[in-house]
Design a protein around this ligand. Structure first.
Ligand code: NAD
Length: 498
């Protein structure tokens, strides 16, 4: 069986813990490989390598660091097909989606190619008599990233793309469910000219995460995953004196106003709810039609749309989505569907019985749809993370805005309308971090920044864009004068410029 290793100090390292986790092919349900789970020893070795590398990497000028990013981007593009197939074979998403996963990560690398501009400091000439003040952004040292299974290329690149470009070295702890692509990205980073130790990959579980949170030489931790773990990482990391950003789960709503282009909204919401089997933190699993008539029209059209969906193996170019990541996750989704029925929601389409001929052991689940879901139901309050669309009916615009605003999660939200004033009011009022107006998956472009509100994100800094640059750097402000002639008396009171 294939063993997936760590990547420390520029080389594959098998690890000594004797602990492994199985990697499945979600299409067939077979075990395809096993991944080594780190012990403290591997984490310490990776940090030691990163500390060594950082001392020289921070002195490489920003333009040269940007060139490494440029070469990395080119290498990833050259390897796109192989990487996408590798990603699909462990995650289960269709190959076109895997390419999207890699491409959205590369857009952050493109931003990182312009890092000299982003790192320019500020300067005030003559802040006082003969006194100039300027500021600079310096790297933190060693940073770490802990990532979820659902975007094994994009989310690591969100993090290490910026962290490394600004002069840090990085330790990536990817999900133990699909760890092959992150290792390949680290190899390509070395091929692109990053010195060994600049990007290390530690495979593992809670043991590795705790070792990262406790290690005094790691100065910042970026986390993306489910909310309970995000909160754990945020509270432990900050208690250990680290800078932490921790993104959590989501339950994104799509508000459909009576004046919306309903056919377009149905297409958009179908893609956002069922694409990638609903395993996206920016999926749209809740639809809120405003008014009974809108609800009835939407329901009828969405049921027809679901009929057309094709679920297939991840290599099937005609399939809209593939299997979910593990059998355990499939069970969890099926349990939520049962809970929805028990709670009294109306199950219009039940995906639990779906089987793909020839792939009966694969982790497939068909699309499901509920109507008459109520805010008090657990299936509404919690994240299902599967291909399940829940319809919550609202009578008025105010009621519709209140639903996502009062939900425990606040990652993304979308409104479908032809009314610019309603859309503007919605964007201003809604208590959610990322808003789409007739855009179902409003993932911000790389030079803006990504981040939710409430239990969807702990900490203040968003991912990538200038927020990412700020997260991975610290500001130093210098006040300078070059006195001439006689020695001046120094005052013992707080100096002022006036
Ligand atoms: P997860 O929380 O199970 O795992 C995330 C990371 O935490 C993994 O690297 C995992 O190894 C580690 N981990 C798991 N259990 C741990 C524990 N007990 N202690 C310490 N570390 C632990 O999440 P997942 O299932 O891989 O990913 C899906 C979740 O991620 C969903 O909730 C989804 O909404 C969320 N997500 C959020 C965003 C965002 O930006 N807000 C983006 C993508 C995914």
């Amino acid at each position: 069986m294939r063993d997936i290793t760590h990547f420390i100090d520029g080389a594959a390292v098998a690890g000594t813990s004797g602990r492994f986790s199985e990697i499945f092919n979600p299409n067939t349900g077979e075990v395809a490989a096993r991944v080594a789970l780190a012990s403290l020893g591997e984490v310490n070795a990776a940090v030691a390598s990163a500390v060594r590398a950082q001392q020289t990497w921070a002195l490489v000028n920003p333009q040269r660091r940007a060139r490494v990013m440029f070469d990395f981007k080119r290498l990833v593009e050259l390897n796109m097909n192989g990487l996408a197939e590798m990603l699909s074979s462990e995650h289960g998403k269709v190959v076109a989606d895997s390419k999207g996963d890699i491409q959205r990560g590369l857009e952050v690398i493109e931003f990182a190619c312009g890092i000299p501009h982003a790192l320019k400091g500020e300067y005030t000439e003559g802040a006082g008599p003969g006194i100039d003040v300027y500021s600079m952004r310096q790297p933190l040292g060693v940073a770490a990233g802990i990532t979820p299974f659902n975007f094994p290329a994009m989310i690591p690149m969100w993090m290490f793309g910026i962290a490394i470009a600004v002069g840090n070295t990085f330790i990536l702890k990817p999900s133990e469910k699909d760890p092959s692509v992150p290792i390949r990205l680290a190899e390509l980073m070395m091929e692109a000219g990053a010195p060994k130790g600049v990007l290390n990959v530690i495979q593992g579980d809670k043991v590795a995460v705790d070792a990262i949170l406790d290690h005094p030489d790691i100065k910042a931790v970026s986390f993306v995953g489910s909310s309970d773990i995000a909160h754990y990482v945020y509270s432990h990391g900050t208690a250990a004196g680290k800078r932490v950003q921790a993104m959590g789960g989501a339950k994104n709503h799509g508000i459909v106003m009576a004046d919306a282009d309903i056919d377009q909204a149905v297409k958009d919401i179908s893609g956002a709810a069922f694409g990638s089997a609903g395993e996206r933190c920016m999926a749209l699993p809740v639809v809120v039609p405003v008014g009974e008539k809108t609800a009835e029209i939407f329901r009828e059209k969405m049921l027809a749309e679901i009929e057309t969906l094709k679920v297939g193996v991840s290599t099937d170019a005609a399939a809209q989505y593939g299997p979910v990541v593990t059998a355990a996750h499939r069970r969890k989704i099926a349990d939520y569907i049962q809970l929805g029925v028990d709670e009294g929601a109306e199950l219009l389409v039940d995906g639990r019985g779906f089987q793909l001929q020839g792939f009966e052991k694969g982790f497939f689940i068909g699309p499901s749809m509920f109507d008459h879901v109520k805010p008090a139901m657990r299936t509404y309050q919690e994240e299902i993370f599967g291909p399940v669309l829940q319809m919550v009916r609202a009578e008025t615009f105010e009621e519709a805005v209140a639903l996502p605003s009062q939900h425990q999660y606040g990652n993304g939200v979308a409104i479908f309308t032809r009314n610019g004033r309603a859309a503007r009011e919605f964007a201003a009022q809604v208590q959610v971090g990322m808003v789409g107006i007739n855009v179902p998956i409003p993932v911000p472009v790389a030079y803006h920044s990504f981040g939710g509100w409430k239990r969807s994100a702990f900490g203040d800094a968003n991912q990538h864009g200038m927020e990412g640059v700020r997260f991975y750097t610290k500001v130093k402000t210098i006040t300078a004068r070059w006195p001439e002639g006689a020695v001046e008396d120094s005052a013992f009171v707080i100096p002022t410029m006036g």
